[in-house]
Design a protein around this ligand. Structure first.
Ligand SMILES: *[C@@H]1O[C@H](CO)[C@@H](O)[C@H](O)[C@H]1NC(C)=O
Ligand SMILES: *[C@@H]1O[C@H](CO)[C@@H](O)[C@H](O)[C@H]1NC(C)=O
Ligand SMILES: *[C@@H]1O[C@H](CO)[C@@H](O)[C@H](O)[C@H]1NC(C)=O
Ligand SMILES: *[C@@H]1O[C@H](CO)[C@@H](O)[C@H](O)[C@H]1NC(C)=O
Ligand SMILES: *[C@@H]1O[C@H](CO)[C@@H](O)[C@H](O)[C@H]1NC(C)=O
Ligand SMILES: *[C@@H]1O[C@H](CO)[C@@H](O)[C@H](O)[C@H]1NC(C)=O
Length: 347
Protein backbone atom coordinates (compact mmCIF):
# COMPACT_ATOMS: atom_id res chain seq x y z
CA UNK A 1 0.00 0.00 0.00
CA UNK A 2 1.21 3.48 -0.80
CA UNK A 3 0.50 6.70 0.85
CA UNK A 4 -2.45 8.33 -1.00
CA UNK A 5 -0.32 11.44 -1.56
CA UNK A 6 1.98 9.36 -3.72
CA UNK A 7 -0.90 8.57 -6.03
CA UNK A 8 -2.06 12.13 -6.22
CA UNK A 9 1.36 13.08 -7.51
CA UNK A 10 1.45 9.96 -9.67
CA UNK A 11 -1.85 10.62 -11.37
CA UNK A 12 -1.12 14.32 -11.75
CA UNK A 13 2.07 13.37 -13.52
CA UNK A 14 0.36 10.88 -15.78
CA UNK A 15 -2.41 13.38 -16.45
CA UNK A 16 0.22 15.70 -17.86
CA UNK A 17 1.28 12.99 -20.22
CA UNK A 18 -2.22 12.75 -21.65
CA UNK A 19 -1.91 16.14 -23.23
CA UNK A 20 -2.63 15.69 -26.93
CA UNK A 21 0.36 15.80 -29.17
CA UNK A 22 2.24 13.22 -27.13
CA UNK A 23 0.93 10.07 -28.78
CA UNK A 24 2.05 6.71 -27.58
CA UNK A 25 3.72 5.11 -30.52
CA UNK A 26 2.74 1.54 -31.10
CA UNK A 27 5.76 -0.67 -31.58
CA UNK A 28 7.62 1.31 -28.96
CA UNK A 29 10.06 -1.11 -27.40
CA UNK A 30 9.71 0.40 -23.97
CA UNK A 31 7.12 -0.68 -21.46
CA UNK A 32 4.33 -0.43 -20.67
CA UNK A 33 2.84 -1.88 -23.79
CA UNK A 34 -0.95 -1.81 -23.85
CA UNK A 35 -2.81 -3.74 -26.48
CA UNK A 36 -4.40 -2.26 -29.62
CA UNK A 37 -7.79 -0.62 -29.34
CA UNK A 38 -10.41 -2.87 -27.80
CA UNK A 39 -13.76 -3.29 -29.52
CA UNK A 40 -16.60 -4.97 -27.63
CA UNK A 41 -20.36 -5.14 -27.94
CA UNK A 42 -22.61 -3.49 -25.44
CA UNK A 43 -23.23 -5.95 -22.58
CA UNK A 44 -20.02 -7.90 -23.11
CA UNK A 45 -16.83 -7.75 -21.02
CA UNK A 46 -13.72 -5.87 -22.05
CA UNK A 47 -10.27 -6.93 -20.97
CA UNK A 48 -7.64 -4.20 -20.78
CA UNK A 49 -4.20 -5.81 -20.85
CA UNK A 50 -0.87 -4.14 -20.21
CA UNK A 51 2.45 -5.90 -20.75
CA UNK A 52 5.15 -4.86 -18.29
CA UNK A 53 8.52 -6.09 -17.04
CA UNK A 54 10.24 -6.53 -13.73
CA UNK A 55 11.71 -3.02 -13.74
CA UNK A 56 8.17 -1.76 -13.18
CA UNK A 57 7.54 -0.74 -9.61
CA UNK A 58 4.07 0.78 -9.76
CA UNK A 59 1.17 0.06 -12.08
CA UNK A 60 -2.31 1.51 -12.57
CA UNK A 61 -5.16 1.53 -15.05
CA UNK A 62 -7.00 4.80 -15.57
CA UNK A 63 -10.29 5.71 -17.23
CA UNK A 64 -9.48 9.10 -18.70
CA UNK A 65 -7.80 10.71 -15.67
CA UNK A 66 -9.59 8.64 -13.04
CA UNK A 67 -7.69 5.77 -11.47
CA UNK A 68 -9.60 2.49 -11.66
CA UNK A 69 -6.95 0.22 -10.16
CA UNK A 70 -3.54 0.94 -8.68
CA UNK A 71 -1.68 -2.31 -8.19
CA UNK A 72 -4.12 -4.59 -6.42
CA UNK A 73 -6.03 -1.67 -4.91
CA UNK A 74 -9.36 -0.85 -6.40
CA UNK A 75 -10.01 2.88 -6.62
CA UNK A 76 -13.12 2.70 -8.78
CA UNK A 77 -16.42 2.22 -6.98
CA UNK A 78 -17.86 0.61 -10.11
CA UNK A 79 -18.54 -3.10 -9.30
CA UNK A 80 -18.15 -3.95 -12.99
CA UNK A 81 -14.42 -3.20 -12.83
CA UNK A 82 -12.32 -6.12 -11.58
CA UNK A 83 -8.65 -7.00 -11.63
CA UNK A 84 -7.67 -10.01 -13.68
CA UNK A 85 -3.88 -10.34 -13.61
CA UNK A 86 -1.16 -8.59 -11.66
CA UNK A 87 2.18 -10.32 -12.30
CA UNK A 88 5.68 -8.98 -13.06
CA UNK A 89 4.87 -9.34 -16.80
CA UNK A 90 1.20 -8.47 -17.12
CA UNK A 91 -1.30 -6.15 -15.52
CA UNK A 92 -4.90 -6.57 -16.66
CA UNK A 93 -8.33 -5.45 -15.61
CA UNK A 94 -11.75 -6.31 -16.88
CA UNK A 95 -14.84 -4.15 -17.33
CA UNK A 96 -17.98 -6.25 -17.25
CA UNK A 97 -21.29 -5.47 -18.91
CA UNK A 98 -19.78 -2.66 -20.97
CA UNK A 99 -22.08 0.19 -21.94
CA UNK A 100 -21.74 3.02 -24.41
CA UNK A 101 -20.64 5.53 -21.78
CA UNK A 102 -17.56 3.36 -21.09
CA UNK A 103 -16.23 4.18 -24.55
CA UNK A 104 -13.11 6.27 -24.51
CA UNK A 105 -9.40 6.25 -23.71
CA UNK A 106 -8.01 4.04 -20.96
CA UNK A 107 -4.44 4.37 -19.82
CA UNK A 108 -1.98 1.91 -18.40
CA UNK A 109 0.37 3.92 -16.27
CA UNK A 110 3.61 2.56 -14.80
CA UNK A 111 6.56 3.73 -12.77
CA UNK A 112 9.99 2.40 -13.79
CA UNK A 113 13.22 3.65 -12.30
CA UNK A 114 11.24 6.56 -10.97
CA UNK A 115 10.05 7.52 -14.47
CA UNK A 116 6.31 7.43 -15.10
CA UNK A 117 5.27 6.03 -18.45
CA UNK A 118 1.89 5.47 -20.05
CA UNK A 119 0.23 3.56 -22.83
CA UNK A 120 -3.23 4.31 -24.06
CA UNK A 121 -5.92 2.09 -25.48
CA UNK A 122 -9.33 3.10 -26.76
CA UNK A 123 -12.33 1.11 -25.70
CA UNK A 124 -14.83 1.10 -28.57
CA UNK A 125 -18.36 -0.03 -27.76
CA UNK A 126 -20.53 -1.43 -30.52
CA UNK A 127 -24.30 -1.70 -30.41
CA UNK A 128 -26.28 -3.89 -32.85
CA UNK A 129 -28.83 -2.01 -34.96
CA UNK A 130 -32.25 -1.77 -33.40
CA UNK A 131 -35.37 -0.14 -34.78
CA UNK A 132 -36.83 1.96 -31.95
CA UNK A 133 -39.80 3.59 -33.58
CA UNK A 134 -41.57 2.71 -36.78
CA UNK A 135 -44.85 3.86 -38.34
CA UNK A 136 -47.91 1.68 -37.88
CA UNK A 137 -49.80 0.04 -40.71
CA UNK A 138 -51.75 2.67 -42.55
CA UNK A 139 -54.75 2.91 -44.86
CA UNK A 140 -55.04 5.85 -47.24
CA UNK A 141 -57.08 6.82 -50.26
CA UNK A 142 -55.49 6.74 -53.67
CA UNK A 143 -53.92 10.10 -54.50
CA UNK A 144 -53.01 11.05 -50.97
CA UNK A 145 -49.52 11.41 -49.54
CA UNK A 146 -47.89 9.02 -47.12
CA UNK A 147 -44.83 9.39 -44.92
CA UNK A 148 -43.40 6.41 -43.09
CA UNK A 149 -40.76 6.75 -40.42
CA UNK A 150 -38.23 4.26 -39.13
CA UNK A 151 -35.91 5.33 -36.33
CA UNK A 152 -33.02 3.08 -35.42
CA UNK A 153 -30.17 3.16 -32.93
CA UNK A 154 -26.82 1.40 -33.01
CA UNK A 155 -23.08 1.99 -32.95
CA UNK A 156 -21.82 2.72 -35.48
CA UNK A 157 -24.95 4.59 -36.53
CA UNK A 158 -27.01 2.19 -38.66
CA UNK A 159 -27.94 2.81 -42.28
CA UNK A 160 -31.70 2.80 -42.69
CA UNK A 161 -33.41 1.78 -45.94
CA UNK A 162 -36.97 1.15 -47.08
CA UNK A 163 -37.98 -1.47 -49.61
CA UNK A 164 -41.34 -2.20 -51.22
CA UNK A 165 -41.76 -5.95 -50.79
CA UNK A 166 -44.57 -6.39 -53.29
CA UNK A 167 -42.34 -5.15 -56.07
CA UNK A 168 -40.18 -7.24 -58.37
CA UNK A 169 -36.52 -7.77 -57.54
CA UNK A 170 -34.22 -4.97 -58.63
CA UNK A 171 -36.55 -1.99 -58.28
CA UNK A 172 -37.15 -2.66 -54.61
CA UNK A 173 -35.41 0.20 -52.79
CA UNK A 174 -37.69 3.14 -52.39
CA UNK A 175 -35.75 5.13 -49.82
CA UNK A 176 -32.21 5.16 -48.47
CA UNK A 177 -33.27 7.08 -45.45
CA UNK A 178 -35.35 6.95 -42.27
CA UNK A 179 -38.24 8.59 -44.03
CA UNK A 180 -40.25 7.09 -46.85
CA UNK A 181 -42.35 9.72 -48.57
CA UNK A 182 -44.87 8.83 -51.23
CA UNK A 183 -46.95 11.60 -52.73
CA UNK A 184 -50.01 10.93 -54.88
CA UNK A 185 -49.98 7.25 -53.95
CA UNK A 186 -51.28 4.75 -56.51
CA UNK A 187 -53.02 1.45 -55.94
CA UNK A 188 -50.00 -0.55 -57.10
CA UNK A 189 -47.96 1.10 -54.36
CA UNK A 190 -49.96 -0.69 -51.71
CA UNK A 191 -48.49 -3.64 -49.86
CA UNK A 192 -45.71 -4.31 -47.43
CA UNK A 193 -42.76 -2.03 -46.96
CA UNK A 194 -39.71 -3.25 -45.10
CA UNK A 195 -37.44 -1.03 -43.06
CA UNK A 196 -33.96 -2.38 -42.54
CA UNK A 197 -31.38 -0.94 -40.12
CA UNK A 198 -27.87 -2.10 -40.87
CA UNK A 199 -24.44 -1.68 -39.31
CA UNK A 200 -21.48 -4.01 -39.36
CA UNK A 201 -21.98 -5.19 -35.77
CA UNK A 202 -24.77 -7.73 -36.15
CA UNK A 203 -27.53 -8.86 -38.48
CA UNK A 204 -29.81 -6.00 -39.61
CA UNK A 205 -32.96 -5.26 -37.68
CA UNK A 206 -35.94 -5.53 -40.00
CA UNK A 207 -39.56 -4.49 -39.52
CA UNK A 208 -42.52 -4.28 -41.88
CA UNK A 209 -45.28 -1.77 -42.39
CA UNK A 210 -48.34 -2.33 -44.53
CA UNK A 211 -49.87 0.40 -46.66
CA UNK A 212 -53.42 -0.17 -47.83
CA UNK A 213 -54.54 2.08 -50.70
CA UNK A 214 -58.27 2.52 -51.07
CA UNK A 215 -59.67 3.07 -54.53
CA UNK A 216 -63.14 3.11 -56.07
CA UNK A 217 -64.44 0.02 -57.88
CA UNK A 218 -63.72 -0.68 -61.47
CA UNK A 219 -65.42 -3.54 -63.28
CA UNK A 220 -62.84 -5.80 -64.85
CA UNK A 221 -65.09 -8.50 -66.23
CA UNK A 222 -68.71 -8.43 -67.42
CA UNK A 223 -69.60 -10.76 -70.25
CA UNK A 224 -72.84 -11.13 -72.17
CA UNK A 225 -74.30 -14.59 -71.92
CA UNK A 226 -76.48 -16.60 -74.26
CA UNK A 227 -78.82 -19.22 -72.91
CA UNK A 228 -81.92 -20.96 -74.21
CA UNK A 229 -85.34 -21.05 -72.64
CA UNK A 230 -85.71 -23.54 -69.80
CA UNK A 231 -81.97 -23.65 -69.11
CA UNK A 232 -79.96 -22.32 -66.23
CA UNK A 233 -78.33 -18.95 -66.96
CA UNK A 234 -75.53 -17.22 -65.10
CA UNK A 235 -74.44 -13.60 -65.49
CA UNK A 236 -71.21 -12.66 -63.75
CA UNK A 237 -69.53 -9.41 -62.93
CA UNK A 238 -66.04 -8.91 -61.50
CA UNK A 239 -64.87 -5.71 -59.85
CA UNK A 240 -61.62 -4.73 -58.19
CA UNK A 241 -61.84 -2.23 -55.36
CA UNK A 242 -60.38 -1.48 -51.94
CA UNK A 243 -62.22 -1.90 -49.68
CA UNK A 244 -63.91 -4.76 -51.51
CA UNK A 245 -66.93 -3.70 -53.58
CA UNK A 246 -70.51 -4.53 -52.74
CA UNK A 247 -72.71 -5.53 -55.68
CA UNK A 248 -76.25 -4.81 -56.77
CA UNK A 249 -78.05 -6.07 -59.84
CA UNK A 250 -80.73 -4.18 -61.73
CA UNK A 251 -83.01 -4.89 -64.61
CA UNK A 252 -84.07 -1.52 -65.94
CA UNK A 253 -84.81 0.34 -62.72
CA UNK A 254 -85.77 -2.69 -60.68
CA UNK A 255 -83.32 -3.99 -58.16
CA UNK A 256 -83.06 -7.77 -58.16
CA UNK A 257 -82.81 -9.89 -55.05
CA UNK A 258 -82.29 -13.54 -54.27
CA UNK A 259 -85.58 -15.41 -54.18
CA UNK A 260 -87.45 -13.01 -56.47
CA UNK A 261 -88.33 -14.19 -59.98
CA UNK A 262 -86.31 -17.38 -59.61
CA UNK A 263 -82.93 -15.69 -59.37
CA UNK A 264 -80.11 -15.94 -56.91
CA UNK A 265 -77.37 -13.39 -56.32
CA UNK A 266 -74.08 -14.61 -54.91
CA UNK A 267 -71.12 -12.45 -53.99
CA UNK A 268 -67.76 -14.07 -53.53
CA UNK A 269 -64.75 -11.80 -53.18
CA UNK A 270 -64.34 -9.70 -56.31
CA UNK A 271 -67.07 -11.60 -58.14
CA UNK A 272 -70.84 -11.39 -58.16
CA UNK A 273 -73.10 -13.81 -60.04
CA UNK A 274 -76.75 -13.60 -60.97
CA UNK A 275 -78.24 -17.04 -61.54
CA UNK A 276 -81.52 -17.79 -63.35
CA UNK A 277 -82.63 -21.28 -62.48
CA UNK A 278 -85.06 -21.64 -65.38
CA UNK A 279 -84.68 -18.98 -68.06
CA UNK A 280 -87.90 -17.79 -69.68
CA UNK A 281 -88.53 -15.27 -72.50
CA UNK A 282 -89.15 -12.43 -70.08
CA UNK A 283 -85.66 -12.86 -68.57
CA UNK A 284 -83.84 -11.83 -71.75
CA UNK A 285 -82.54 -8.30 -71.87
CA UNK A 286 -80.02 -5.97 -70.31
CA UNK A 287 -78.96 -6.16 -66.70
CA UNK A 288 -76.85 -3.70 -64.81
CA UNK A 289 -74.22 -4.77 -62.31
CA UNK A 290 -73.38 -1.96 -59.88
CA UNK A 291 -70.21 -2.19 -57.77
CA UNK A 292 -69.95 0.18 -54.83
CA UNK A 293 -67.51 0.96 -52.06
CA UNK A 294 -67.08 4.02 -49.87
CA UNK A 295 -65.06 5.80 -52.53
CA UNK A 296 -67.64 5.49 -55.28
CA UNK A 297 -69.48 3.21 -57.64
CA UNK A 298 -69.44 2.04 -61.20
CA UNK A 299 -71.70 -0.11 -63.32
CA UNK A 300 -71.67 -2.33 -66.34
CA UNK A 301 -74.46 -3.49 -68.59
CA UNK A 302 -74.66 -7.22 -69.30
CA UNK A 303 -77.05 -8.82 -71.76
CA UNK A 304 -78.76 -12.14 -71.28
CA UNK A 305 -79.63 -13.15 -74.83
CA UNK A 306 -81.52 -16.03 -76.30
CA UNK A 307 -79.96 -18.93 -78.12
CA UNK A 308 -81.97 -21.68 -79.71
CA UNK A 309 -81.76 -25.06 -78.09
CA UNK A 310 -79.57 -27.18 -80.34
CA UNK A 311 -77.87 -30.55 -80.49
CA UNK A 312 -74.65 -28.65 -79.94
CA UNK A 313 -75.37 -28.88 -76.24
CA UNK A 314 -76.22 -32.56 -76.54
CA UNK A 315 -72.70 -33.70 -75.77
CA UNK A 316 -69.22 -34.38 -77.14
CA UNK A 317 -70.64 -36.31 -80.10
CA UNK A 318 -71.83 -33.02 -81.64
CA UNK A 319 -68.33 -31.62 -82.32
CA UNK A 320 -67.88 -30.26 -85.81
CA UNK A 321 -64.36 -29.97 -87.25
CA UNK A 322 -62.87 -26.50 -87.02
CA UNK A 323 -65.87 -24.94 -85.31
CA UNK A 324 -65.74 -24.30 -81.59
CA UNK A 325 -68.73 -24.45 -79.31
CA UNK A 326 -69.13 -20.66 -79.02
CA UNK A 327 -69.35 -20.05 -82.74
CA UNK A 328 -71.51 -23.10 -82.97
CA UNK A 329 -73.93 -21.49 -80.55
CA UNK A 330 -73.95 -18.35 -82.67
CA UNK A 331 -74.50 -20.40 -85.79
CA UNK A 332 -77.44 -22.01 -84.12
CA UNK A 333 -78.77 -18.61 -83.22
CA UNK A 334 -78.70 -17.30 -86.74
CA UNK A 335 -79.05 -20.24 -89.06
CA UNK A 336 -82.30 -21.70 -90.16
CA UNK A 337 -83.85 -25.01 -89.31
CA UNK A 338 -82.32 -26.63 -92.38
CA UNK A 339 -78.99 -26.69 -90.66
CA UNK A 340 -80.59 -28.33 -87.66
CA UNK A 341 -82.15 -30.83 -90.00
CA UNK A 342 -78.69 -31.50 -91.42
CA UNK A 343 -77.49 -32.36 -87.92
CA UNK A 344 -80.34 -34.69 -87.29
CA UNK A 345 -79.62 -36.55 -90.52
CA UNK A 346 -75.98 -36.86 -89.47
CA UNK A 347 -76.88 -38.52 -86.17
C1 LIG B 1 -15.32 5.78 -17.61
O1 LIG B 1 -15.57 7.17 -17.57
C2 LIG B 1 -16.82 7.57 -18.06
C3 LIG B 1 -16.87 9.08 -18.06
O2 LIG B 1 -16.59 9.58 -16.80
C4 LIG B 1 -17.89 6.96 -17.17
O3 LIG B 1 -19.16 7.35 -17.64
C5 LIG B 1 -17.77 5.46 -17.19
O4 LIG B 1 -18.72 4.87 -16.33
C6 LIG B 1 -16.38 5.05 -16.83
N1 LIG B 1 -16.27 3.61 -17.03
C7 LIG B 1 -15.60 2.82 -16.20
C8 LIG B 1 -15.58 1.35 -16.54
O5 LIG B 1 -15.01 3.26 -15.25
C1 LIG C 1 -7.77 3.78 -31.46
O1 LIG C 1 -8.97 4.54 -31.39
C2 LIG C 1 -8.78 5.93 -31.48
C3 LIG C 1 -10.10 6.61 -31.24
O2 LIG C 1 -11.10 6.00 -31.97
C4 LIG C 1 -8.18 6.28 -32.83
O3 LIG C 1 -7.95 7.65 -32.93
C5 LIG C 1 -6.86 5.52 -33.00
O4 LIG C 1 -6.37 5.73 -34.30
C6 LIG C 1 -7.08 4.02 -32.78
N1 LIG C 1 -5.78 3.36 -32.79
C7 LIG C 1 -5.60 2.22 -33.43
C8 LIG C 1 -4.25 1.63 -33.33
O5 LIG C 1 -6.50 1.69 -34.05
C1 LIG D 1 -42.26 7.66 -32.59
O1 LIG D 1 -42.13 8.82 -33.39
C2 LIG D 1 -43.28 9.63 -33.45
C3 LIG D 1 -43.00 10.73 -34.46
O2 LIG D 1 -41.76 11.32 -34.26
C4 LIG D 1 -43.59 10.17 -32.07
O3 LIG D 1 -44.75 10.96 -32.11
C5 LIG D 1 -43.79 9.00 -31.13
O4 LIG D 1 -43.99 9.46 -29.82
C6 LIG D 1 -42.59 8.07 -31.16
N1 LIG D 1 -42.88 6.88 -30.38
C7 LIG D 1 -42.00 6.32 -29.59
C8 LIG D 1 -42.43 5.09 -28.86
O5 LIG D 1 -40.87 6.78 -29.45
C1 LIG E 1 -89.26 -23.93 -66.30
O1 LIG E 1 -90.32 -23.08 -66.51
C2 LIG E 1 -91.28 -23.59 -67.40
C3 LIG E 1 -92.33 -22.53 -67.71
O2 LIG E 1 -92.48 -21.67 -66.63
C4 LIG E 1 -91.87 -24.87 -66.82
O3 LIG E 1 -92.81 -25.42 -67.68
C5 LIG E 1 -90.74 -25.85 -66.53
O4 LIG E 1 -91.26 -26.99 -65.89
C6 LIG E 1 -89.67 -25.21 -65.68
N1 LIG E 1 -88.56 -26.16 -65.59
C7 LIG E 1 -87.98 -26.42 -64.44
C8 LIG E 1 -86.82 -27.38 -64.49
O5 LIG E 1 -88.34 -25.92 -63.38
C1 LIG F 1 -78.89 -3.45 -74.20
O1 LIG F 1 -77.57 -2.92 -74.22
C2 LIG F 1 -76.99 -2.83 -75.51
C3 LIG F 1 -75.57 -2.39 -75.37
O2 LIG F 1 -75.36 -1.73 -74.21
C4 LIG F 1 -77.82 -1.88 -76.32
O3 LIG F 1 -77.27 -1.79 -77.62
C5 LIG F 1 -79.25 -2.38 -76.38
O4 LIG F 1 -80.05 -1.46 -77.07
C6 LIG F 1 -79.81 -2.61 -75.01
N1 LIG F 1 -81.09 -3.24 -75.10
C7 LIG F 1 -82.14 -2.85 -74.37
C8 LIG F 1 -83.38 -3.62 -74.56
O5 LIG F 1 -82.08 -1.89 -73.58
C1 LIG G 1 -74.45 3.62 -64.32
O1 LIG G 1 -73.47 4.62 -64.57
C2 LIG G 1 -73.94 5.75 -65.27
C3 LIG G 1 -72.80 6.66 -65.58
O2 LIG G 1 -71.76 6.44 -64.73
C4 LIG G 1 -75.03 6.44 -64.45
O3 LIG G 1 -75.54 7.53 -65.18
C5 LIG G 1 -76.15 5.43 -64.17
O4 LIG G 1 -77.11 6.02 -63.33
C6 LIG G 1 -75.59 4.20 -63.50
N1 LIG G 1 -76.64 3.20 -63.35
C7 LIG G 1 -76.93 2.63 -62.22
C8 LIG G 1 -78.05 1.64 -62.23
O5 LIG G 1 -76.33 2.88 -61.19
Amino acid sequence: MCHPAYWVVFSATTALLFIPGVPVRSGDATFPKAMDNVTVRQGESATLRCTIDDRVTRVAWLNRSTILYAGNDKWSIDPRVIILVNTPTQYSIMIQNVDVYDEGPYTCSVQTDNHPKTSRVHLIVQVPPQIMNISSDITVNEGSSVTLLCLAIGRPEPTVTWRHLSVKEGQGFVSEDEYLEISDIKRDQSGEYECSALNDVAAPDVRKVKITVNYPPYISKAKNTGVSVGQKGILSCEASAVPMAEFQWFKEDTRLATGLDGVRIENKGRMSTLTFFNVSEKDYGNYTCVATNKLGNTNASITLYEISPSPAVAGPGAVIDGVNSASRALACLWLSGTLLAHFFIKF
